[in-house]
Design a protein around this ligand. Structure first.
Ligand code: PLP
Length: 384
């Protein structure tokens, strides 16, 4: 008898979730726009698109679960919807959570401004230092939250150690794996309870959809689905369709983002007008040993500090031709932003410097164009 092998991620990204036979032989499933469905008998659950069980939503959720190696997955209206839903599926009034320092700014706002009004408190600890998480833990700690790779310094959390500690302390672990994507890290495989993505980024891959993903055990995802229904946070079927299409090329795109990210980081590190480069591929990265254990690739986000003042750094950004000035990451097109003007705008200049993000810091989200063209673009902008 031939042994059934588990398909590779590349194959799952193309085939999982859909069944052409079930869609009248259509190789590509349709966008089911119907908001509601006939109720054939009392034994079948009600089908309604806000519940996330329209066939287009279901197909992509199956694909996402397969890719993550999770029992179940849920597609939501945005990355923030996924994060808020996950937290509300785990925490109640009086609970405490520990989160990694250096989280995405929108997540900080949720934790610092919204959750306290619901009676949920947050402490912060560096993702690279699990001992600090043990120290921050309290009897009422219910959740550990960290990002696979932080922004904009690209620090890499010791996921397996944090997941193990969370389990030991009876807390749930939730990983925002947006920057790594499932191609470079699958947190369920090292024991994390829940993984979350802004599907707006690498998963969609073309900057043409807003979505969020939660994946994990069946029971937790069902609880999250109940919250999603009550808060109305499900994704539109059109976004589900676009996401399904984007996912088919995720492994191909990630390979190119990774390759381009490395080449751009190496070029910048050798440039006389550059003082510092942050990218998980660099040999001098402070989390080198953890990276070897937890990441299968370095990704497309590269942060660098030019040897100039912030005003000249803005001019450098303005001189770029292919790399366009816009927030976000993970699309096929290269983008550039300055943390002092975007993600870290709310901090003072001194605070930013203390965090290692001086005001002249530039963050690149390297796309899938030819690396030579991106490097020539950067060289011209830095040398003018
Ligand atoms: N998590 C990370 C790491 C992000 O970078 C972002 C957005 O930039 C989000 C979550 C929020 O995602 P969305 O914009 O899809 O709500």
């Amino acid at each position: 008898m031939t042994e059934q092998r588990r398909p590779e991620l590349d194959t799952l990204a193309v085939h999982a979730g859909g069944d052409p036979a079930a869609a009248d032989g259509a190789v590509v499933g349709p966008v089911h726009r119907s908001a509601t469905y006939l109720y054939p008998d009392a034994d079948r659950p009600l089908r309604y698109s806000r519940y996330g069980n329209n066939p287009t939503q279901v197909a992509v959720q199956r694909k996402l679960a397969a890719i993550e190696g999770a029992e179940a997955a849920l597609l939501l209206a945005s990355g923030m919807a996924a994060l808020a839903t996950a937290i509300l599926a785990v925490c109640e009034r009086g609970d405490h959570l520990i989160a990694a320092a250096g989280l995405y700014g929108g997540t900080r706002t949720l934790l610092d401004e919204e959750l306290p009004r619901l009676g949920i408190e947050t402490s912060y600890a560096p993702g690279e230092d699990p001992a600090a998480w043990r120290e921050a833990a309290r009897p009422e700690t219910r959740l550990f939250l960290w990002e696979s790779i932080s922004n904009p310094l690209l620090r890499v959390a010791d996921g397996p150690a944090l997941a193990e500690l969370a389990r030991e302390l009876g807390a749930v672990s939730l990983v925002d794996a947006t920057f790594a994507s499932p191609v470079h890290q699958r947190p369920i495989s090292f024991g994390a309870d829940l993984v979350m993505h802004s599907a707006t980024k690498y998963l969609g891959g073309h900057s043409d959809l807003v979505g969020g993903v939660l994946a994990g055990g069946e029971e937790r995802i069902e609880t999250a689905r109940e919250r999603m229904k009550s808060f109305g946070a499900s994704a539109d079927p059109a976004a589900a369709f676009l996401l399904d299409r984007g996912l088919k090329t995720l492994p191909l795109r990630m390979a190119r983002h990774d390759e381009n990210g490395r080449e751009v980081a190496d070029f910048l590190a050798g440039h006389p007008a550059v003082a510092a480069v942050h990218h998980p591929s660099r040999k001098d990265h402070p989390d080198r040993a953890v990276i070897e254990r937890v990441l299968d690739g370095a990704g497309g986000v590269v942060t660098f500090v030019p040897t100039t003042d912030p005003v000249e750094a803005e001019r450098i950004v303005g001189r770029l031709r292919w790399i366009r000035l816009a927030p976000s990451l993970g699309g096929v097109e290269s983008l550039v932003s300055m943390p002092a003007l975007t993600s870290h705008r709310s901090l003072s200049s001194e605070e930013r410097s203390r965090l290692g993000i001086p005001d002249e810091t530039i963050r690149l989200a390297v796309g899938v164009e030819a690396a030579e063209d991106l490097i020539a673009d950067l060289d011209r902008a830095l040398s003018s």
